[in-house]
Structure formats: structure tokens, C-alpha cells
Write a protein that binds this ligand. Structure first.
Ligand SMILES: [Mg+2]
Length: 321
């Protein structure tokens, strides 16, 4: 087990799998020197702003400790990539800090495979890292480049509120993944896909980038995360829940409370964004997988209506594993 600051372990397991330097690929111009020196040397793309974000996942808090390491790695990187997508940033580089109880090859090998597969799929390059000994935790810092950053504080009163795809699948998946309840083969497949392989919404972000006034990724639950846009923009929101996009897994698992799962469940990593009315037609013509769910308003707070009547979710918050 290497001491803090050393990177032999990661280089051994990870080095050959990644596009790690200025040798090949699309990052050739941005990575002047990759893994192996005191620092990586990186060239920011000209004319773009760098977006950077760091996230730590702790075993037993953010993911089940006994979970398959391949899936843990895929989810850890995808969750971080989602933050880049939410800013409309293109992925460039990431660093990895791993805390491990021991350097067990049976854990490291599939973890490295999942990480490399995900990194190569999304075109992000590992440029450095660190390992320490201790209870399992994974810290990933991602950096991307953007031309039209999507911030949380740009929404205006009257802007439409949109969400991408469907919500509630990851929250509905957790009891299945933890084996607290039984599910059909289809439900188990949907659960693993939703929880371990959330899709960072780069395509939607790129398409709405020129038009949206604010955006974020839904990590803690739609209502709470929309609350962040409201707070940052100094506004409130009125929501019409009649056509709210509830995921199939939430419907099949949670029945009557599926809407609530979709509104408050975390971990879906879909986008929530606001769109000024003047861009509505243009964006609707793009035929994106998005649904209009409400409108921003000057008065603070979020009010929901269902079937023309005021509606409030019964439970609040989400289950942080
Ligand atoms: Mg986020």
C-alpha cells in the first residue's frame, strides 16, 4: 500500500487503461503531461471557461459498502460528470483520490475497469491521483470547459421550468439494490441502470445552452434542487404536476406514491432548467426529452397543483443511503 502522495497503485491498475498523456487522442492538446510527475500539466482550451467540481463518496453513506466495485466506479464518475453537464461544460480531465482498507486486487481490478470504461465513453482523461489507507471512500475532481455556462442564479420571473427525461427511478431502485424488497427481472435491470449508470445529460445541456436562463442536475430530489434555483435567482415557482414525468420503475414499485418519489427522490441526475418564454418555441422544435412542469414567479416558495387543486408531498427529504 503506497503512502499518501504516491500513485504507484493507481498507475499499476489504471495507467494503461486511460488515455493518460499527450500521446494520443482528442486530449493531446490539453494534457501536456499526465500521470507520473509532481503535477499534471494542462492546457486550457482557448476562449473557454474552466468548470471544476469535486465530490466524495463514502462507503456506507453514499453507496452500499459491499456493492460491486465495477458499478461503484461507473456511478462515482457519472455522478461527477453530471455536474459538468449541468454547467454545460465539456469533460476534459479528472483526478482520483482513493481511500482503501487494503490494496485488494479483486476490488481494484473491476473498479479500475469501470472507471476506465466510463472515462473513455465520455472522453474525460485521468491526470492524477492519490491513495491512502482507511475506510473506503472515493473522491473525484472533474474539470471541463464551457463556452455558455449554465448557472443557478439566472432564472427570471415567468420563465418555464423544465426537467429532462423521467424522475424517481433511482429512489425507487434503492430498496431493490439493498435487497430490502424483491423485484422482477425487469425491475432489477431498471434499478441497476437507474442507480449505477445515471446518464449525464450532456446532449440536453448542449442543446439548451444558448437558451436556458438557469440549470442544475437533480441529485437530492427535484423539489429541493429547484429550491436551489429559486434561492439563487431570488424567485419562487408554481408547478403543475399533471404531466410530471414519473419513471416507470417508480410507478411499478411505489404505485400511488410514485409522484412523490419523482418529486423528492434523489440520485436521478436529470437536468432541471428554466427557459425564458421567448425561447419556448425554438427549444420545443429541438424535440428534446424534456417536460415543462411549471413557471418561475417573483414570490418566494414552491407551490404545486394537481388536477387543478393545491398539492403537497406527504414526505420530505430523501433517503441518503
Ligand atoms: Mg450538481
Amino acid at each position: 500500500m503506497p503512502g499518501p502522495g504516491e500513485f504507484e497503485l493507481i498507475r499499476e491498475y489504471f495507467g494503461s487503461r486511460f488515455n493518460t498523456g499527450a500521446r494520443q487522442g482528442s486530449d493531446a492538446h490539453t494534457v501536456a503531461l499526465g500521470i507520473g510527475d509532481d503535477c499534471a500539466l494542462l492546457n486550457p482550451p482557448a476562449g473557454k471557461v474552466l468548470a471544476t467540481s469535486v465530490d466524495t463518496l463514502v462507503a456506507g453513506v453514499h453507496f452500499p459498502a459491499a456493492e460491486d466495485p465495477f458499478r461503484i466506479a461507473c456511478r462515482a464518475l457519472r455522478v461527477n460528470l453530471s455536474d459538468l453537464a449541468a454547467m454545460n461544460a465539456e469533460p476534459l480531465w479528472f483526478t482520483l483520490a482513493l481511500t482503501l482498507r487494503d490494496s485488494d486486487p479483486q476490488w481494484l481490478e473491476p473498479f479500475a475497469r469501470g472507471l476506465a470504461q466510463t472515462a473513455n465513453q465520455y472522453g474525460i482523461t485521468l491526470v492524477g491521483g492519490d491513495t491512502t489507507k482507511g475506510p473506503l471512500s472515493i473522491t473525484i475532481q472533474v474539470t471541463g470547459a464551457c463556452e455558455q455556462p449554465l448557472r443557478r442564479d439566472g432564472a427570471g420571473a415567468g420563465d418555464r421550468v423544465f426537467v429532462s427525461n423521467q424522475l424517481g427511478a433511482a429512489a425507487a431502485a434503492l430498496p431493490l439494490i439493498l435487497r430490502e424488497v424483491d423485484g422482477s427481472v425487469t425491475q432489477m435491470e431498471q434499478a441497476y441502470a437507474a442507480y449505477h449508470f445515471p446518464e449525464p445529460q450532456f446532449a440536453v445541456a448542449r442543446a439548451i445552452g444558448p437558451y436556458a436562463s438557469a440549470a442544475l442536475d437533480i441529485s437530492d430530489g427535484f423539489l429541493g434542487d429547484l429550491g436551489h434555483i429559486c434561492e439563487a435567482s431570488g424567485l419562487g415557482a408554481d408547478l403543475d404536476l399533471d404531466n410530471f414525468p414519473v419513471a416507470e420503475l417508480a410507478r411499478s414499485m411505489n404505485g400511488e406514491t410514485a409522484l412523490e418519489t419523482a418529486l423528492t427522490g434523489g440520485d436521478d441526475y436529470q437536468l432541471c432548467f428554466t427557459l425564458p418564454e421567448k425561447h419556448l418555441q425554438t427549444v420545443q422544435k429541438l424535440q428534446l426529452p424534456i417536460t415543462a412542469v411549471g413557471r418561475m414567479r417573483a414570490a418566494a416558495g414552491i407551490q404545486c397543483s394537481l388536477d387543478g387543486k393545491p398539492w403537497q408531498p406527504g414526505a420530505t427529504g430523501y433517503r441518503h443511503f
